[in-house]
Design a protein. Structure first.
Length: 646
């Protein structure tokens, strides 16, 4: 019996060891270390969201989630040793109070007391400014400006070493850093893409933008105590098994799903502004009534306007006023009412837009004809399609039109928006069908719904301003009753006419014809039947390139780095390769040299290799042309891309 117990126990240990050996490339030495070590002491950067940070006495962030996956797999527990600052965390590692820090940049100074795993997170450093600032090509465009960075950042040392005269304001934390830029107390800051995306969304820094890229990357590694060489080997082995899909899922958790902090003070100010605006509109209507020559007509319009506006705006306005009172007494409680405030504000703003549009139509209106693509009309319709499908309605669209037309697209957009909005609003079940046909310099549009319909005796009245069918309609569907009036006037201004056919409980059909000219402009046609190769490590850039190439009907494969591109080229001789420059494992320049060497050895016709890079500066074009067939700067322009396939 004792022999059987020993046999099964030994077999269990063998299977466990074999699992580690086959899974993570761990040897017996690694497994003995894990058995003896049991716990890893971890010091983190306490303020580097979403990479890693401390919140509610817990370690959180992208790197922490990756580390926890590794810990769970190899059976080493994590003991987080919290320090006040990132500088203290580095000191703890140096003094042996910690075994690792999850994310760090490898520097010669740190190599004196630590060893580093391979890079497992690699982020671009972006230049962040307010929306009104111009876009820049690289870091040199802002070295004469005052910028800001978080105190203790290694990037400050790098910037001062490269640009001795640069002015840097050191912020206490990232919130203060981005706020300095948002308040325009400094010109710009520099941050990785996930850090900027996280703070922009969480703290509502929507007046900030990415104005360009520095050309530098942040290759983040796990920093390990110099005496823990076996631990470094274990971590490197396990990092190799973390899939891109896993990394992307963790990234989305911290970026896409991050919730914003509601600024209740701003909401209160917005509510007050809307109330003031409402009062101004009432005063404007009164003055308009007094000054207009057609006194009787305006008196009637004013009465209808005030009646409708009072009814339609009172409910959302009451919600806003009540919300302001709640903020004064108990700010925390108003979290439950954010969606109500949001919808109420949008209702008021939408109706104010209609009022202002109606006012403009009382004056002489000029027609502004421009060349536009039929896609612009499709985009208006697709928004209505989204709203209709949310209600469970079928939505059908038929378009027979040239690619380019010449007309007043803004007025056409306004007409369609009101007609489509009515179709979706008044249709509870069934379908909405849109037909757009261009023939003999005339644009024919019909919108057919299966909604509540209009009585025959009311058909001539629905285009009058502030008209609604009855109190039931007004109560159930809301609105000031000027959308159809605006549409009808705009159609007449464009030289056409708007007609309606309807039957109660069966639906309505609105049609309009407007004269419009066809444009001779044509898209550049691309005929390219071979498959090409995109070499790009950044997921967002991969998606962007996929969209462009699918628009051009170009078949393609994607390589994640230069080494993968070389191996893929050996299997399939791609005639065109779009090569990123800065990539992990093997960069674009090295990969191009390897491909050229392979082509020469095997007497293969050279592929057209074009650099796709955000790092191109004066002088770089000659460098790329020496080995490549030119370059296209990021962000990629679709017309420049088309030139490659002629």
């Amino acid at each position: 019996m004792r022999i059987l117990v020993i046999f099964f126990y030994t077999s269990f240990l063998f299977v466990l060891s074999w699992g580690h050996l086959s899974n993570g490339n761990l040897d017996e030495k690694d497994l003995d270390y894990i058995k003896q070590k049991k716990i890893i002491k971890v010091c983190i950067n306490p303020d580097w969201a979403p990479i890693e940070f401390r919140e509610n006495k817990q370690a959180k962030g992208i790197s922490i989630d990756i580390l926890k996956q590794i810990s769970k797999k190899i059976g080493l527990k994590l003991n987080f040793v919290f320090t006040p600052t990132w500088v203290d965390s580095q000191r703890y590692l140096k003094e042996g109070k910690c075994d690792i820090t999850p994310t760090a940049i490898k520097t010669s100074k740190r190599e004196k007391y630590a060893i580093f795993t391979r890079p497992y997170l690699n982020y671009d450093l972006a230049i962040i400014t307010t929306q009104d600032k111009p876009y820049v090509t690289d870091i040199n465009a802002i070295i004469d400006k005052t910028i800001t960075r978080k105190k203790g950042s290694g990037l400050i040392t790098k910037l001062k070493k490269r640009f001795p005269n640069i002015k840097i304001v050191e912020a206490r934390n990232f919130v203060e850093m981005f706020k300095l830029v948002s308040d325009q107390k400094v010109y710009a800051t520099i941050a990785t893409l996930p850090v900027f995306a996280y703070y922009k969304k969480r703290y509502n820094f929507y007046n900030l933008k990415i104005a360009g890229f520095t050309g530098w990357k942040y290759p983040l590694r796990i920093m390990v105590n110099k005496n823990e060489t076996i631990l470094k080997h274990i971590l490197d082995s396990e990092l190799d098994l973390i899939t891109p899909k896993t990394t992307q899922t963790i990234y989305e958790k911290w970026i896409v799903n991050t919730k914003s902090n509601t600024d209740y003070k701003k909401l209160m100010i917005i509510g007050i502004i809307i109330i003031v605006l409402f009062i101004i509109i009432l005063i404007w209507v009164y003055i308009l009534h007094k000054k207009n020559i057609e006194l009787r007509k305006l008196s009637e319009i004013k009465s209808k306007f005030l009646s409708n506006m009072s009814h339609e705006l009172r409910t959302p306005l009451n919600a806003l006023i009540g919300f302001v009172q709640i903020i004064k007494n108990n700010p925390e409680e108003c979290k439950n009412y954010i969606s109500l405030v949001d919808s109420s504000s949008k209702i008021i703003l939408s109706e104010i837009d209609d009022i202002l549009n109606f006012d403009r139509l009382q004056k002489d209106v000029k027609i502004h004809n421009i060349e536009f693509k039929i896609e612009e009309i499709k985009n208006i319709i697709y928004f209505a399609k989204f709203q209709a499908e949310k209600k469970g309605l079928k939505f059908n669209l038929y378009i027979n039109s040239p690619q380019y037309l010449y007309g007043d697209i803004e007025k056409i957009r306004n007409i369609l928006s009101h007609l489509l909005d009515n179709a979706v609003k008044f249709t509870k079940n069934g379908s909405i069908n849109i037909n757009i046909i261009y023939k003999e310099e005339t644009l024919f549009v019909s919108i057919i719904d299966t909604g509540i319909g209009i009585p025959k005796d009311k058909l001539k009245l629905i285009f009058k301003e502030f008209y609604q069918l009855d109190q039931r309609i007004n109560k159930d569907y809301k609105g000031l009753g000027i959308g159809l009036s605006i549409s009808e006037r705009l159609v007449r201004i464009l030289g056409g006419n708007l007609k309606v056919e309807s039957e109660v409980d069966k639906g309505s059909k609105f049609t309009f014809l407007i004269p419009i000219k066809k444009s001779d402009k044509q898209d550049i046609k691309v005929k390219f039947e071979n498959k090409i190769l995109i070499v790009e490590d950044n997921k967002a850039n991969q998606m962007f390139m996929q969209v462009l190439l699918k628009q051009l009907h170009i078949d393609f494969d994607i390589a994640q780095n230069g080494l993968e591109a070389v191996n893929m080229y050996k299997d399939y001789k791609y005639p065109i390769i779009l090569m990123d420059i800065n990539m992990p494992i093997m960069d674009g320049i090295t990969a191009t040299k390897e491909i050229r060497k392979y082509e020469e050895t095997n007497n293969i016709k050279n592929a057209k290799i074009v650099a796709i890079t955000a790092n191109a500066i004066d002088g770089d074009e000659e460098k790329f042309n020496e080995i490549m067939d030119g370059y296209i700067p990021k962000p990629v322009d679709i017309n420049k891309l088309k030139e490659l396939f002629k």
